[in-house]
Design a protein around this ligand. Sequence first.
Ligand code: SF4
Length: 288
Amino acid sequence: MPLITSFDPWRSGLCTCPPKLTFNPYTGCDHKCLYCYASSYIPNFADCRPKKDLLAQLRREAAKLNGETISIANSSDPYPRAEASEGLTRRCLEIFAGNNCKIQIITKSNIVARDDDLLSKVPAIVALTITTDDDNLAKQLEPNAPSPSQRFRAAQDLIKAGVPVSVRIDPIIPLVNDLPENLIATLASIGVKHITCSTYKAKADNWKRLSEAMPKLAEKIKPFYFEQGEKVGGSVILPKELRFKILKNVRDLADSYGLKFGVCREGLPQLNTAACDGSWIMPKREAQ
Ligand code: SF4
């Protein structure tokens, strides 16, 4: 199995990302987010483990690249807790940097700021997922992930080091985090330039986790999904009018704070004010 593959999430036709490749240094993730999608198709998901023969295989595959954008990672977090001591993702970044690649990181861990020295020298952006500015709510939603406060500090450190940061408010769950004015105000104040949003997509296993952890909420939002919602692949999503209403409201908030905005896999590209994944802020540095 190749480690580096084309980015083509769910082959649903909803993705509006510019062409890129994807790479996951780890299989599984220990952040245990209630809403995680990847746990539905990767066995033993919470048992986070590095890919077999990771560095040797990556060196072989990366040697064939020249200037491609690599998205790290889309089916796991490249900075699970073990990364603090293992440093495997950092070594992968060194390999990509040595092969002229552009690097796009997606994480909800503050460990990424450790690598700002490396990321500030190459064409790179970091997309930090921050679903809420409320540390207590985040502890419920993302039990093992670093707190939003830690992620804000990481964003500040990265920006200070010259690494552009976009933020993914992903997923937006109705009645939970669909009015993120304080979050957006904070992001604008620390220099974030772009927000990407996506509404929660219910799958059998993430819905089970969500409804066990937050039963009252699940009762309230159940009709939006399972009576009025739409089926897309193996997921049930909110009805289009409700997705539009929620996302337009966030887009307008982003506009009012001077931030660019994109939606992720929503079928609503008319809401985007810049490339959906924030890649427009990638600096044009010479690759190493
Ligand atoms: S950080 Fe991402 S991959 Fe890890 S559990 Fe949360 S949603 Fe899943």
